[in-house]
Design a protein around this ligand. Structure first.
Ligand code: SF4
Ligand code: MSK
Length: 631
């Protein structure tokens, strides 16, 4: 008989964090908890989006006494420009990560370090893009597909070809509104140009370009990141792993992979699994090598290899404070600069690998397609050698961890649905069984839980409490990024978490053998969510705006989240935010992003910083969509 399921509470997680904070005090290093105190209260003008430092006449700050900047820019202009710049920053980060993935396929060779793993996905993409495959060498096809993929970043004419995957209705809406995205680089440069001193002052135009820049990410750069990662490293399928700090192992050499681009972590996993390297670890008295992930890198390697997940964004310092991490290796994005001085307080070696993320107090080993294995070998070996340097007096590993079922790509979800007893549906590889469940009301709808942690709200509390409430109300969840990590820490990715569900969702979880929160991957994998809603809308024969599906980012913090929120809304999905989008100083901007976009693309933001209120609004929103469909 399986043991009883008990979810780890936020209080228990906070107690672990407090205990680890004692170690921080002991070694004399600050953590985010200390720095939040120093930064609070935040500048109200900046927080409401009406501080402008776009030119050197400023900074200009809008207040009742000074309603215009020196150039005459109003609160609407300033908040609008700041908002678009956030979207452009986010789209750049995702899309450049995506571009690196495409380059890795361009560099892939039979005898090199990067290979074609999912040949079917490669051939399907070649077919989609009219690239000949018949009788050709796999790597010749891969290189031509990669070149076409790279071209999408800077092509001089036309629109993102990834958008051809969207519904006809969406493409028409985007086209009519003038937001069908062109090349990724073009949209970002346009956004930066529009927001330069003396260009666009009209908030409406700035919000439209935010949508367009977001679309260039979600239906461009991020989608490239997901698709090319799948071709290179394999399309994720359901598998079991574990999550939370308890996955660190005192008896093993612990190596943390942190960041986003799987090119580094894939190689670390590969090298560490060799018999030779395991033996090397044992030669230093360890039982073996324990690779664990943090943030989105955790999501990437958990989805493809079942690697354990140490946690999310605000857990990165905690992971090092356990005192058992021999090395932390990072690629790009979401890496606290404080990892540098923090690792200096321990025996931990800190490796940076990308020219995009150079951080003081790290050892920089730039990883390329040509030296990837050598770099990974150097890192793993040095971690093994470092095992003996631990300081016993600094060690504390919290016990909490949960089983987690991960790997629910669209293909993974459809594979589970194929097992569901819908014998009258003799089709396979379709969303129809899921649609039947939603139409009949067994499942009320779905929520895409995404985004980061943010100390402006109680970390993980919003994620976890909202998810629990939703599944209790028969609403299934797909999750990515740090939201997925929060679910894993609370045990919501454990199949046994179905005990927390309403009766309908519990039945579906049992039949399909899934957890109530489906882990769909990293932040770029929100493009998978876009393909999921598009696939469901097509199979159902309705618009994406009609689906009882919403997005929710209760603890977002990064510019990437602004880009994501823009493309999710442009795809026709209402998005519920638990953190203010820094435009509160402009009534017009607030109105545009909550109501204005509804008139343009049929969806908008709902903003509420109280998680209890936010979840109520989500459930009401889903029920309203059901009523409109007459189901
Ligand atoms: Fe001030 Fe206008 Fe310059 Fe902004 S662009 S800093 S509002 S003068
Ligand atoms: S890692 S972007 S903190 S979700 Fe993708 Fe987490 Fe947000 Fe980074």
């Amino acid at each position: 008989m399986s043991e009883e399921f008990v979810s780890t509470s936020v209080e228990q997680m906070e107690a672990d964090a407090e205990r680890l904070h004692l170690t921080a005090e002991q070694v004399g290093i600050d953590t985010w908890q200390d720095r939040v105190k120093n930064q609070t209260p935040h500048c109200k003008i900046g927080e409401s989006g009406v501080c402008c430092r776009i030119c050197a006449m400023g900074p200009c700050r809008i207040t009742p006494k000074s309603p215009k900047g020196i150039c005459g820019a109003t609160a609407d202009t300033i908040a609008g420009r700041n908002y678009l710049r956030m979207a452009a920053g986010g789209a750049s980060a995702h899309s450049d990560h995506g571009r690196e993935c495409v380059w890795k396929l361009y560099d892939a060779t039979e005898d090199g370090y990067y290979h074609v793993t999912d040949a079917t996905k490669l051939l399907n993409l070649a077919k989609e893009w009219n690239i000949p495959t018949e009788g050709r060498d796999m790597y010749d096809i891969a290189h031509e597909v990669a070149e076409a993929g790279l071209n999408e970043y800077g092509k001089i004419k036309g629109y993102q070809r990834w958008t051809e995957r969207a519904t006809e209705e969406r493409r028409e809406v985007w086209n009519e509104l003038g937001i069908l995205p062109r090349a990724v680089d073009r949209e970002v440069v346009t956004a930066m140009h529009m927001t330069h001193m003396g260009c666009t002052a009209d908030a409406e135009a700035l919000v439209k370009q935010s949508l367009r820049t977001g679309l260039a990410d979600g239906w461009g750069g991020s989608m490239a990141g997901t698709e090319f990662s799948d071709i290179l490293y394999g399309t994720p399928m359901p598998k079991e792993t574990e999550g939370n700090l308890g996955v660190l192992d005192k008896e093993m050499v612990n190596i943390i992979c942190h960041g986003h681009d799987p090119a580094v972590s894939e190689m670390i996993v590969l090298v560490s699994e060799t018999k030779e390297m395991q033996a090397y670890a044992r030669s230093f008295g360890a039982k073996g090598i324990n690779i664990v992930g943090l943030c989105c890198t955790a999501n990437e390697i958990a989805m493809r290899h079942g690697v354990k997940m140490a946690g999310n964004f605000l857990q990165q310092e905690n992971a090092l404070l356990t005192g058992v991490v021999e090395a932390i290796v990072v690629d790009v994005q979401c890496i606290f600069p404080n990892i540098g001085p923090l690792s200096e307080c321990f025996h931990t070696k800190f490796y940076t690998t990308s020219p995009i993320a150079r951080i003081p107090y790290s050892e920089y080993l730039q990883l390329t397609s040509e030296n990837a294995k050598e770099v990974a070998t150097t890192i793993v070996k040095s971690a093994c050698e470092n095992f003996k340097n631990r300081d016993e007096s600094k060690i504390f590993i919290p016990e909490h961890k949960h089983k987690a079922s991960v790997g629910y790509s669209c293909e993974g979800i459809r594979s589970r649905l194929d097992t569901v007893t819908n014998s009258h549906l003799d089709e396979l590889d379709t969303y129809k069984p899921l649609i039947e469940c939603v139409r009949s009301g067994v499942i009320r709808g779905a929520v895409a839980m995404v985004g980061c942690n943010n100390p402006k709200v109680r970390p993980d509390y919003s994620h976890i409490e909202i998810m629990k409430k939703l599944i209790e109300n028969d609403i299934v969840i797909v999750a990515t990024g740090c939201a997925a990590q929060a679910a894993s820490k609370a045990g919501l990715l454990d199949k046994r978490a179905k005990v927390l569900c309403g009766e309908g969702l519990r039945r579906v979880c049992t039949l399909a053998d899934i957890p109530p929160v489906l882990h769909m991957g990293s932040c770029v994998d929100i493009s998978r969510m876009m393909m999921l809603v598009t696939g469901i809308a097509k199979d159902w024969g309705i618009k994406t705006t009609e689906l009882p599906v919403v997005g929710c980012a209760p603890e977002w913090m990064s510019e990437k989240a602004v880009s994501i929120a823009n493309y999710v809304v442009a795809t026709g999905i209402d998005t519920y935010l638990g953190i203010d989008p820094l435009v509160g100083g402009s009534e017009q901007m607030m109105n545009l992003i909550t109501n204005g976009t509804k008139d343009w693309v049929g969806a908008g933001y709902v903003i509420n910083t109280d998680p209890d209120e936010l979840v109520k609004a989500i459930i009401e929103g889903i029920e309203k969509k059901r009523d409109a469909l007459g189901i």
